[in-house]
Design a protein around this ligand. Structure first.
Ligand code: AP5
Ligand code: MG
Length: 207
């Protein structure tokens, strides 16, 4: 499962439905611990806004709230991770979202998955947060599609990472600060403490 090559970064997979706080928490952890934050959603929106080949291919899926095909997302992720070279730990915000992506992450050997943190938030709270934010894909009919994509494609990954002993559940209904504190504790438990990284072995899991 955790087959990172020597020197490759520790990877933290942050899972959760739309509006669960993946981006908020990764940004906070990146700022406080000095880690890299890679968001596939942000990267894909960036490609789309610049009209790149990849962005043009992804735009239709982003607009409709559907998952972008695996091969496009994996290409986006590889580019983003290549830019993260040299960082000891990378927070993966919204990747993987399918089992095929999770398998690709292992096969590409870009780093060692140390932890998968699933943010749990009630549906009513998610809908309220997204209604208040107002991103173009936060329109109610698109949010519905994004939630279905999460349930069908991404939720099974919780079992996938649980089977590998890497999954922790985090109550994301609380204040951003409380959630960050809990996540920081889980990161510390696997040796990820920002500037004071503790090496727990190249093949260790979230024990
Ligand atoms: P992406 O941008 O990742 O969207 P998402 O997963 O739907 O999640 P959001 O970004 O909406 O929510 P979040 O969990 O980051 O919450 P946030 O911190 O923003 O992906 C967009 C699209 O890209 C997908 O639909 C798909 O098309 C494509 N895509 C991306 N990755 C892909 C992949 N791997 N495979 C295929 N396709 C992919 O918080 C939401 C709001 O709540 C904010 O306003 C925030 O301020 C607020 N908030 C957060 N936490 C709290 C809190 N604790 N208390 C109160 N308010 C809070
Ligand atoms: Mg986000």
């Amino acid at each position: 499962m955790t087959r990172g090559a020597n020197g490759s970064p520790s990877l933290v997979v942050v899972l959760g439905p739309p509006g669960s706080g993946k981006g908020t928490q990764c940004a906070r952890l990146a700022a406080t611990l000095g880690l890299t934050h890679v968001s596939t959603g942000d990267a894909l929106r960036d490609e789309a806004s610049h009209g790149t080949r990849l962005g043009r291919l992804a735009a239709h899926y982003l607009d409709n709230g559907d998952l972008v095909p695996d091969e496009l997302v994996i290409e986006t992720m590889m580019r983003a991770l290549a830019r993260s070279e040299g960082f000891p730990a990378v927070l993966l915000d919204g990747f993987p979202r399918t089992e095929a992506q999770a398998v690709a992450l292992e096969d590409l050997d870009l780093g060692c998955v140390r932890l998968a943190a699933a943010l749990l938030v009630s549906r009513a709270v998610l809908l309220e947060r997204l209604r208040n934010r107002g991103r173009p894909d936060d329109r109610s009919e698109i949010v519905r599609r994004r939630l279905i994509a999460y349930e069908v494609e991404t939720r099974p990954l919780l079992d996938y990472y649980a089977r590998n002993g890497l999954l922790v559940h985090v109550d994301g209904n609380r204040s951003p600060t409380e959630v960050t504190t809990t996540l920081s504790g889980h990161l510390a438990a696997v040796g990820i403490m920002g500037r004071h990284l503790v090496r727990t072995g190249t093949h260790g899991g979230a024990s």
